[in-house]
Design a protein. Structure first.
Length: 765
């Protein structure tokens, strides 16, 4: 009994000692192995294929560890450590064999190290080979074998093994020597790489090829003998040539890699993206082809961004062109660079005003020569429509209507709205941007602009998004960009866009420095910027001949797209004036039904349709008091009439031949008509600066007015002083002093208009 107890005590004691030893081994400190190697930054497409890489800070090509392909696993274990899966980091048989060989040859010809021991040595940065170091490597290998899986050990070795020159790790070697990822290597290529870490400074592609070939073929024979490959595979592998010299690693989208590096944590070096490598190459080709043509016209740079609309995944990122031509600007990421927005922001104002009730899709907006204070905006072409539907003004990208709409909506309110749309670069106040904001007075990036258009499409399609517009307003805005009438020079692109149903917008900044084109569908949103990175303008730099064709070339390379269903539940049917597009009023002779954004405040009723009194024969306007002479005893003829203000009518008649002006009043009419004359400039309550001319003298302001009748004569009075009379073209120059002033204009029939304005001192006075 005593012997039995004693025996069990010995077993328990031995077990306890073993447990303590294992615990000490498991928890033993191995600080040297915790230092993470300096790795190259690497970018991968959606399938895991390498798109680009940047050499590590220590000048080595070294990637973070990854999965080891089965073929290479068999090759490296066969060559380096055939009992890898059967030892605990130390292989007594290998050590014994090494002692015999080294003794027999009287020099070190074999080290007896396992893959685990070699991994330890690599992680400790290859310290001097001493007996003490060997013992340490053996001890640490035992610790690692207990703590790590065989898979992790093999992956760590393959990621840190030297493969010649500045190439470290299997993935870097596979790309440098064969231009392909490790999983696509042939048996011969796997065998070539497997023998390299054994003598990386002596034998590598391009150096001592005979030795390398012999080592590779011996390994192939072993793989054949182990039946990893059959006879045919073996014979074919022997015929494969060795690589001549290292390939350059892919640099398909270097700017995107830099962007991801900038925004990543310090420890992250691998970036797996949603880039579609085939699309990326196609978009790059299209952009480079166009850029090489534009280069001859003094236009050096271009950028394109393609995203998946619903998810926001980046599918193609081409941030610059002409890497050979543009050595000074090729590193500039023009997708992230703030540039003048041109007309890109107009659709967002349109959507905002649909929701605020300040605009209906077909409501007439004013398009006449306009001065607001000292600001004198103009359209893209010096033509004016007088008034036209808001949706058409948007699709034609007219500047005057946009300026007037922004003044009504408010610059502050619009800046806040744009920030909700995702524009972060518009971070100054309303006083800084003013009304020019809508024409390119602020800078945006292609990145944020493309995502903002995608967000508008997502809202229209009913997808989850933070876009501030209602679904109805977003849909109506995009519908205007699809169906709207384009300027003559964009007609061909309109046909293409309608064939594929793309909502698109172009823009050209002031001074022809930047051109834009952004198109969106429920599947894809494409953004294009073209210009010069240095910021100088070129006369030929116009969106219709640069960014627009690139946009549609890229859409041609994309799969078929769809269009969102009409969100009937998010819109309300409304009765509007058929001529003005405003809510129908009591005097609108013709009405029609349109759809507007649901829950938007009610817009104001039509201001242009009036009940007008005529002579019984309809020949003249006349009040009841005017019905004398041949009209004595008759009743006036009352008719509903579409009447535009004089300043609008002048331009509207030129573009709309069907418009009927009101006839004159009967010759003996003694009253006045408020609509017979109109003051165009200055505007009521405006604050103006009169600049100094080039000769150093104080300049003049040119006041403008219109009269409904071309035969009317206008008389000008400023602060009680008669300035003169005008006919046909009504303009009058003056140089009023600093302070408030009153302009009075009277026509020959006694109709009168007044205008109060103020001259303020210039900064240089």
């Amino acid at each position: 009994m005593i012997k039995f107890i004693s025996k069990h005590k010995k077993i328990a004691t031995a077990g306890g000692i073993l447990a303590v030893v294992l615990a000490l081994v498991y928890f033993a400190p191995i600080k040297e192995l915790k230092t993470k190697p300096v790795c190259s930054y690497a970018l991968y497409d959606k399938t895991g294929r390498l798109l680009g890489a940047k050499v590590a800070a220590d000048g080595q090509w070294r990637f973070e560890k990854g999965a080891v392909p089965s073929n290479f696993e068999k090759a490296i274990i066969t060559f380096e450590d055939k009992r890898f899966y059967h030892h605990l980091g130390i292989d007594p048989f290998s050590i014994a064999r090494a002692i015999v060989l080294n003794t027999k040859n009287k020099r070190i010809v074999s080290g007896g190290s396992t893959l685990t021991m070699q991994t330890v040595r690599l992680l400790e940065k290859n310290p001097p080979r001493t007996i003490r170091q060997k013992m340490r490597e053996a001890a640490v290998s035992l610790i690692i074998e207990i703590r790590w899986s065989k898979k992790r050990i093999l992956e760590t070795y393959c990621a840190n093994a030297p493969f010649g020159g500045n190439v470290v790790g299997l993935e870097a070697a596979s790309w440098r020597y064969f231009g392909r990822p490790p999983e696509s290597l042939s048996w011969a290529e796997c065998a070539t790489l497997a023998v390299l870490p054994n003598q990386p400074s002596l034998v590598y592609p391009g150096a001592n090829s005979e030795i390398l070939l012999a080592k590779r073929d011996r390994l192939l024979k072993k793989l054949y003998e182990k039946k990893y490959i059959d006879l045919k595979e073996y014979e074919l592998a022997l015929l494969e040539p060795l690589p001549k010299k290292p390939y350059n690693l892919p640099q398909i989208t270097p700017h995107y890699l830099e962007l991801l590096k900038k925004n990543a944590s310090p420890s992250q070096t691998k970036f797996y993206t949603d880039i579609d490598s085939s699309l990326q190459k196609n978009v790059t080709r299209i952009l480079e082809d166009w850029s090489s043509l534009l280069y001859k016209r003094g236009i050096n740079n271009a950028a394109a961004l393609v995203i998946e609309t619903k998810t926001g995944n980046v599918l193609a990122y081409c941030a610059n062109t002409g890497f050979v031509r543009n050595k000074y600007t090729r590193d500039v990421d023009l997708i992230q660079s703030p540039r003048s927005s041109g007309s890109l922001l107009k659709p967002f104002l349109f959507a905002a005003m649909l929701d605020s009730g300040q605009l209906l899709p077909e409501q007439l907006v004013v398009d006449i020569p306009t001065r607001i204070g000292n600001y004198h905006p103009d359209n893209n072409v010096p033509q004016y429509k007088g008034a036209l539907p808001a949706s058409e003004a948007l699709s034609r990208s007219l500047n005057i209507p946009a300026i007037r709409e922004l003044r009504e909506y408010g610059v502050n309110a619009f800046l806040s709205y744009l920030q909700k749309c995702g524009f972060t670069t518009l971070n100054r106040g309303a006083d800084f941007y003013g009304l020019p904001l809508i024409l390119g007075g602020g800078e945006v990036t292609l990145w944020e602009s493309t995502f903002a258009y995608a967000a508008m499409m997502n809202k229209a399609a009913g997808c989850k998004t933070n876009f501030p517009a209602s679904r109805g307003a977003a849909y109506l805005t995009l519908d205007a960009l699809v169906k709207g009438t384009r300027p003559a020079e964009e007609a061909n692109w309109q046909i293409f866009a309608n064939s594929k149903k793309i909502a698109w917008k172009t823009g050209t900044s002031s001074g022809n420095r930047d051109t834009w084109a952004i198109g969106t569908t429920p599947e894809y949103t494409v953004g294009i910027w073209i210009g010069n990175a240095e910021g100088y303008g070129v006369a030929d730099l116009k969106s219709v001949s640069t960014s627009a064709p690139v946009l549609f070339d890229i859409f041609s390379a994309l799969p078929t797209t769809t269009w969102p269903e009409t969100p009937w539940r998010d819109m309300t049917e409304e009765t509007v004036c058929a001529k003005s597009g405003y809510m129908a009023g009591p005097y609108c002779a013709e009405t029609k039904k349109i759809w507007r954004a649901k829950n938007a405040p009610i817009s104001k009723a039509c201001p242009y349709c009036k009940l007008v009194s005529f002579t019984p024969d309809g020949k003249y306007q006349a009040s009841a008091e005017d019905l004398t002479g041949i009209y004595t005893g008759q009743m006036p003829l009352m008719q509903k009439w579409f009447v535009l203000p004089t300043n609008i009518e002048y331009w509207y008649k030129k573009a709309n031949i069907g418009y009927r002006s009101l006839p004159d009043f009967v010759p003996w009419h003694k009253g006045s008509s408020a609509n017979e004359i109109s003051i165009l400039f200055p505007e009521e309550g405006s604050h103006l600066i009169i600049p100094i001319d080039l000769n150093g003298k104080k300049g003049m302001m040119v006041m403008q007015a219109t009269a409904r009748s071309l035969e009317n004569e206008l008389f000008w009075d400023l602060d009680g002083e008669f300035l003169g009379a005008t006919t046909t073209i009504h303009q009058m120059g003056a140089a009023p002093s600093v302070g408030k002033h009153k302009l009075t204009i009277t026509d020959k029939n006694g109709n009168r208009k007044t205008r109060i304005f103020e001259i303020i001192p210039a900064d240089y006075e």
